[in-house]
Design a protein around this ligand. Structure first.
Ligand code: ATP
Ligand code: MG
Length: 365
């Protein structure tokens, strides 16, 4: 279980040793076989992220006998199955589509040596946990003592750590670089106090560019195009839901704007981590509406202080007088009455983005 801040290079930290080990031990050539039995499976919560990991794997494995393949939902399975059949040692996938491939008899897990969960806390939260149980309970899969299970993230809530132990070896290693759950100190964090009516105006002030905006609320193909246009610099602004909160590594992102703050502090840490990566400096501006975001104030102050950032005095005031001040430890649903959180999920449109991303993944298979 490994924890290091956003943008610090966790992808290479799991890919390189695994590829090196596969090359040292040799891999079986399984070209044109109907059933592929990869030595490595990597899972991540979003299609965009798993595509990025796949491209990194392909880059590092270039010119070797190790063959990475990617599968994810939202696009037709036909091409992915044909690609799989050409041979697969490292299978990168989102959980829904991976399970689909296993159920279709295209992927077998008997040769699995390494199982990697990127954004592990997200992969084990209530949105994805059932899928992970299904995956790790697939027929023929080596037991947790006979395979290596690796988990990577910048955040690890306690309750998720308890859950994770069930999938790891008895004496698993916990490796933390820096502060678990801390924000990257290369991101300058700013807060603007707003009301829901003044947000739009403030956004325009911050952006000063309002044209060429693109959105991730689209078909999968359009989503990938939007991201590609942003990556290449063709579009200077990317408007996205929390689907883009984690893992995406886009060079030269200078600015992250939290138009709506998430209702979970870990999600905030991941979002602002899209900038200030790999030693570069970044800036994050968040619109804080005391009426709506009050419950986040105390956690935000903790994050700001540990990242050596200035805490606005009005934010401190909000932390001690706002609606969340009675439950300072509230983080996700962990500290709330379960019955309340159940009705909260059903009725509140601001339900955790974590949950909606998983549902979306399921929708698309
Ligand atoms: N040793 C290195 N030297 C230079 N650049 C590196 C090195 N290792 C990784 N990088 C680069 O750092 C950037 C961030 O890496 P990566 O996406 O793996 O971060 P991460 O820790 O997974 O962050 P997140 O928590 O946001 O997913 C990438 O562009 C990667 O190519
Ligand atoms: Mg990452």
């Amino acid at each position: 279980m490994a924890c290091a801040q956003t943008g610090s290079g966790k992808t290479a930290a799991f890919l390189l040793p695994i590829l090196q080990q596969l090359m040292a031990d040799g891999v079986a050539a399984s070209q044109f076989s109907e059933l592929q039995e990869p030595e490595v499976i990597i899972v991540a919560p979003t299609r965009e992220l798993i595509s990025q990991i796949y491209l990194e794997a392909r880059k590092f494995a270039y010119g070797t006998c190790v063959r990475p393949v990617v599968v994810y939902g939202g696009v037709s399975t036909g091409y992915q199955i044909r690609d799989l059949c050409r041979g697969c040692n490292v299978l990168c996938g989102t959980p829904g589509r991976l399970l689909d491939m296993i159920n279709r008899g295209k992927v077998g897990l008997t040769k699995l040596r390494y199982f990697v969960l990127d954004e592990a806390d997200r992969m084990l939260d209530m949105g994805f946990e059932p899928d992970m149980r299904r995956l790790l309970g697939s027929p023929g899969i080596p037991t947790k003592e006979d395979r290596q299970t690796l988990m990577f993230s910048a955040t690890y809530p306690e309750e998720i750590q308890n859950l994770a132990a069930a999938f790891l070896k008895e004496d698993y290693l916990f490796l933390a670089v820096g502060m678990v759950g801390g924000a990257c100190s290369d991101v300058q964090q700013e807060f603007v106090e707003v009301t829901k009516f003044s947000k739009k105006e403030k956004l325009l002030e911050v952006l000063k560019v309002t044209d060429k905006q693109i959105s991730l609320d689209r078909e999968q193909r359009e989503r990938e195009q939007a991201l590609a246009d942003f990556r290449s610099g063709k579009c200077p602004v990317l408007v996205a839901t929390s689907v883009a909160a984690r893992g995406l590594d886009i060079p030269d992102v200078q600015h992250v704007v939290n138009f709506d703050l998430p209702n979970n502090i870990d999600e905030y840490v991941h979002r602002i981590g899209r900038t200030g990566r790999c030693g570069n400096i970044g800036r994050a501006v968040s619109f804080f509406d005391p009426e709506k975001d009050g419950q986040l104030a105390q956690s935000l102050i903790a994050i700001l202080s540990t990242a050596q950032q200035t805490v606005p005095s009005w934010l401190e005031e909000s932390a001690f007088s706002g609606p969340g001040s009675a439950s300072p430890a509230m983080k996700g649903f962990g500290a709330t009455d379960l019955r309340k959180s159940r009705s909260f999920q059903k009725n509140d449109i601001n339900q955790p983005t974590a949950q909606s991303a998983a549902e979306e993944e399921e929708d698309w298979g």
